[in-house]
Ligand binder design. Structure first.
Ligand SMILES: CC(C)[C@H](C(=O)O)[C@@H](O)C(=O)O
Ligand code: SF4
Length: 468
């Protein structure tokens, strides 16, 4: 395209292989991440049609959803269904020559934590994975889509993806976030503002002072949850922080190749005057720490607020659905958020399972004890995060405080392994989804930041961390 372009336009143009008259496009894919849940049929499809993986060196496989997080997992996976899925990925990766991180490899972890950590995720790339939270990688100024299993097969076979171009949306977060207000609070506030359908049909670029101020890890938290706002992908223009993060990562370019890459990466900025189809502006200075109260990530409220009354909603369908959410959550309108008590606390996931998240937790819980009424677990997002945390002594702080310190994986972010809520158990969780049954049948999830989850574990109920 000609004229001023957005970051999305630029990455799109650079990867366009072919455009049909009806706007259907073939995009070149630079990186393909593969996990055990959405890949078995894709590899089976390749076998049936006698095809190979087109670019094994651009493909990386890792197990995350089904792996147990208990310390004895090296002895084998007891749950048969999980074991079969994990073994299938190991076999598929070996058969098709794809690099694979097993549950006993210290590079293993949640796929969206592993990609950036390895320098597999780089600016300006197109990145796909059979997983909706692939949007995480947009934090590097990469166009990162979640795809379905048939598309996984298509990308494995051809290294291309059929797509239609999305619209451009800008979410600008101005100002400075107050102490206690984190990337998680910003993105929950954005979703609260635009709703879970607010980004439909769009790729969202995040910009503004508050986004620029975030670390790479905070930016990953933002882009990770873009998908909960309905968008196809989230993007943040790369800057010096991005380049510093990437430099020295195992698979990142080095020497002259890095210099050449940097020249290109520095062009990955939206041009002055480029057109956005939709613009949303928030001021970070106005934001509080946020807690979700319902069964959708748009059901959010300030920690110093009360559970809202669905009767205040005009639209009858929305009113009914929010009443149902309250009933599921076992909550009554008008209840102070800080009066809500918890049974469980889960700290981890691809939203908030990185080292800075764990440091934020350690800061809150050091020298304190988890409330006797709470069962709390901390699950590092990868083996490398675990190793870093242990080198810094964070594991000791957590264990002394009474947290369970686990092996890496998706864990209780979703009930696909042994970690799950019992019916009606209430959990403060640093993950990204609070749908009915997400963390276990009839389990009740409140989405919060790591510091808020940590403070809730100690107090046994939500606490406004601004008052600590
Ligand atoms: C299992 C997988 C396909 C799923 C996703 O696509 O996101 C999971 O990671 C999730 O977070 O719900
Ligand atoms: S941690 Fe949760 S959101 Fe992330 S990939 Fe795993 S299940 Fe999906």
């Amino acid at each position: 395209m000609t004229g001023p372009r957005t970051l999305y336009d630029k990455i799109w143009d650079d990867h366009l292989v072919h455009q049909a008259d009806d706007g259907t496009c073939l995009l070149y894919i630079d990186r393909h991440l593969v996990h055990e849940v959405t890949s078995p049929q894709a590899f089976e499809g390749l076998r049936l049609s006698n095809r190979t993986v087109r670019a094994p060196e651009k493909t990386l496989a890792v197990v995350d959803h089904n792996v147990p997080t208990s310390p004895d997992r090296h002895l084998g996976i007891k749950n048969e269904e999980s074991r079969i899925q994990v073994e299938a990925l190991a076999k598929n990766a070996a058969d098709f020559g794809v690099e694979y991180y097993s549950e006993n490899d210290k590079r293993q972890g949640i796929v969206h934590i592993v990609g950036p950590e390895q320098g597999f995720t780089l600016p300006g790339m197109t990145i796909v994975c059979g997983d909706s939270h692939t949007s995480t990688h947009g934090a590097f100024g990469a166009l990162a889509h979640g795809i379905g299993t048939s598309e996984v097969e298509h990308v494995l076979a051809t290294q291309t993806l059929i797509q239609k171009k999305a619209k451009n949306m800008l979410v600008r977060v101005d100002g400075v976030a107050p102490a206690g207000v984190t990337a998680k609070d910003i993105i929950l506030a954005v979703i609260g503002e635009i709703g879970t359908a607010g980004g439909n049909g769009h790729v969202i670029e995040f910009a503004g002072e508050a986004i620029e101020a975030l670390s790479m890890e905070g930016r990953m938290t933002i882009c990770n949850m873009t998908i909960e706002g309905g968008a196809r992908a989230g993007l943040i223009a790369p800057d010096q922080k991005t380049f510093d993060y990437i430099t020295g990562k195992p698979r990142a370019p080095k020497g002259a190749a890095l210099d050449m890459a940097l020249d290109y990466w520095k062009t990955l900025q939206t041009d002055e005057g480029a057109h956005y189809d939709k613009v949303v502006v928030l001021n970070a200075a106005d934001l509080p720490p946020i807690v979700s109260w319902g069964s959708s990530p748009e059901d959010v409220i300030s920690v110093d607020g009360v559970v809202p009354n669905p009767d205040d909603i005009k639209d009858a369908n929305a009113r009914t659905s929010k009443w149902r959410a309250l009933e599921y959550m076992g909550l009554k309108p008008g209840t102070k958020i800080t009066d809500i008590t918890l049974d469980r606390v889960f700290i981890g996931s691809c939203t908030n399972g990185r080292i800075e998240d764990l440091r934020a937790v350690a800061k809150v819980v050091e020298g304190k004890k988890v409330a006797s009424t709470v069962d709390a677990m901390i699950v590092p997002g990868s083996g490398l995060v675990k190793e870093m945390a242990e080198a810094e002594g964070l594991d000791k702080i957590f264990i002394d405080a009474g947290f369970d310190w686990r092996e890496p994986g998706c864990s209780m972010c979703l009930a696909m392994n042994d970690d799950r809520l019992k019916p009606e158990e209430r959990c403060a969780s640093t993950s990204n989804r609070n749908f009915e049954g997400r963390q276990g049948f009839k389990g009740r999830t409140h989405l919060v930041s790591p510091a808020m989850a940590a403070a809730a574990a100690i107090a046994g109920h939500f606490v406004d961390i601004r008052t600590l």
